[in-house]
Write a protein that binds this ligand. Structure first.
Ligand code: ADP
Ligand code: MG
Length: 388
C-alpha cells in the first residue's frame, strides 16, 4: 500500500471521514557540494522518491493534533502556547515549524492528521527536513497563506536550528521544498537561487546506505563549521564561498595546516559543484562521475568526515564497471553514499555492490535506485479519492 493510502485510510478510521488534504515533502540525496552549504557555497542535491506524508483536516480551534504511524504516538499542542522542547521528539519538529511561521507573521489555523514517512531516519537522507516541510505544507493547506519555497525552507531551517537547537545548513530544507521531478537542483546557498539540471541520459542515482550510524556527527559537524569560519576570518571574507581556488592556493600559507585542509575541501568542492553543473548540462556522465570521486577523496582526506564503512562502500561501487562515480553524501561518519550508475544495469549494480560491501565489512547495507522527484506539494480532497 502506498503511503498516501496508508495515511488516508488511518485518517478515515480515526476521524470518520476522508482527509481534506494530503501534504507531502521528500527527503533528499546530495550529488555533490558537501559541507559547502554553511559556507554560503553551492550544493547539487535532488529530491528523492521517499517522503513524509500527512493526511489532515482543519480544526475550528488553535489545536494541532498529529498521529505518527512510525512512532505509534498521538500528540497535540496549542498554537497559542507552544511547549518548548527539552530532548527533541518528533512532534517538536512540527511545533518548531509553527513557531517559525508565527514568528514570521503567518496566521495559523489548527489541524489534525496522520503522519507517516519512508525516508529512513538518521541515515543522511534528511527525514527531518521532509517532516518540517510536510508540516509547513499542512499549515499552508489549512491557513491559506501564499507558498514560497525558499521562505518555507527558511522556516524549516529556523525550526531545526533555533527551536530544536540542531545546527544544519539550508540545503536539506531547500531541496525538499523546491525539488523538480527528473532534475537535480544547483542551489546557491547564499541567494537561495536554484537552477534545475537534468541528470545525464541513461544514468541512475543509486543510494548506498552503509547501515552504520555514528553518534559523534553533531560535535564533529560543529567543529568543522568553526574551522571554516576561522579560515574565512583569517582571509577577511564573509564565508569561504568568497575565495576561489587560485587565490586560496596563493594564500594557503596564512592558515595553519589543519584549517588549510578544511578550507581546501570547501573551496575545491565549490568549484567541483559548478563543474558538475557544466557536466550535467553537457550530459557528460563520465565527467560528473569523476567529480563525485574527487569530492569523496577531498571529504575523506582534507575534511576528514568519511568513515571506513563509507570508504568501503564507495570503493565497492567505483570498482564496478557500471559505475561512473560514487561518494559519501550527507554530513558523514556513517549513513549513505551516492553513486551514478548506468541505467540499464542499475538494479544489478546495487545488488553487486551490496553483496561485495557486506562480504568485506560484515555490515548490512540497504541499496536503492532512486528517482529525482518534485518537492513539497499537497493534494486536495477532491483528488484524494483517486489515490485511495
Ligand atoms: P535525518 O538524517 O534523517 O534527517 P535527523 O536526526 O536529523 O535524521 O532527524 C530524524 C528525526 O526526525 C527523528 O528522530 C524524528 O524525530 C523526526 N522524524 C523524521 N521522520 C519522521 C517520521 N516519518 N515520523 C515521525 N518523526 C520523524
Ligand atoms: Mg536531519
Amino acid at each position: 500500500m502506498s503511503l498516501a493510502n496508508k495515511v488516508a485510510r488511518r485518517f478515515s478510521a480515526e476521524f470518520g471521514e476522508a482527509p481534506a488534504f494530503i501534504a507531502l515533502a521528500p527527503g533528499r540525496v546530495n550529488l555533490i557540494g558537501e559541507h559547502t552549504d554553511y559556507n554560503d557555497g553551492f550544493v547539487f542535491p535532488l529530491a528523492i522518491d521517499r517522503a513524509a506524508w500527512i493526511a489532515l483536516r482543519p480544526r475550528a480551534d488553535r489545536c494541532v493534533r498529529v498521529i505518527s504511524l512510525d512512532m505509534a504516538e498521538d500528540q497535540s499542542f496549542d498554537l497559542s502556547d507552544l511547549p518548548r522542547p527539552d530532548a527533541p521528539r518528533w512532534i517538536d519538529y512540527i511545533i518548531g515549524v509553527a513557531w517559525a511561521l508565527q514568528r514570521g507573521g503567518y496566521r495559523l489555523t489548527g489541524w489534525e492528521g496522520v503522519l507517516a514517512g519512508d525516508v529512513p531516519i538518521g541515515s543522511g537522507l534528511s527525514s527531518s527536513a521532509a517532516l518540517e516541510l510536510a508540516a509547513a505544507r499542512a499549515f499552508y493547506c489549512v491557513s491559506g497563506f501564499a507558498w514560497d519555497a525558499a521562505q518555507m525552507a527558511r522556516v524549516g531551517r529556523a525550526a531545526e536550528n533555533e527551536w530544536l537547537g540542531i545546527q544544519t545548513g539550508i540545503m536539506d530544507q531547500m531541496i525538499s521544498a523546491a525539488g523538480v521531478a527528473g532534475r537535480a537542483l544547483l542551489i546557491d546557498c547564499r541567494s537561495l537561487q536554484t537552477t534545475p539540471a537534468p541528470l545525464p541520459a541513461a544514468t541512475s542515482i543509486v543510494i548506498l546506505d552503509t547501515g552504520t550510524r555514528r553518534g559523534l556527527v553533531d560535535s564533529a559537524y560543529n567543529e568543522r563549521r568553526r574551522q571554516c569560519e576561522a579560515a574565512a576570518r583569517r582571509f577577511g571574507i564573509a564565508a569561504l564561498r568568497d575565495i576561489d581556488l587560485a587565490t586560496f592556493t596563493r594564500r594557503a600559507d596564512e592558515l595553519e595546516p589543519l584549517i588549510r585542509r578544511r578550507a581546501r575541501h570547501v573551496i575545491s568542492e565549490n568549484e567541483r559543484t559548478l563543474q558538475a553543473r557544466d557536466a550535467m548540462l553537457a550530459g557528460d556522465a563520465e565527467a560528473l562521475g569523476k567529480l563525485m570521486v574527487a569530492s569523496h577523496t577531498s571529504l575523506r582526506d582534507d575534511f576528514e568526515v568519511s568513515s571506513p564503512a563509507l570508504d568501503a562502500i564507495v570503493n565497492c561501487a567505483t570498482a564496478d564497471p557500471s559505475c561512473y562515480g560514487a561518494r559519501m553524501t550527507g554530513a558523514g561518519f556513517g549513513g549513505c553514499a551516492v553513486a551514478l550508475a548506468r541505467i540499464e544495469d542499475a538494479e544489478d549494480f546495487a545488488r553487486r555492490v551490496g553483496a561485495e560491501y557486506e562480504a568485506t565489512t560484515g555490515n548490512k547495507p540497504a541499496l536503492y535506485v532512486t528517482h529525482a522527484s518534485a518537492g513539497t506539494r499537497s493534494i486536495k480532497a477532491d483528488s484524494i479519492a483517486s489515490l485511495c
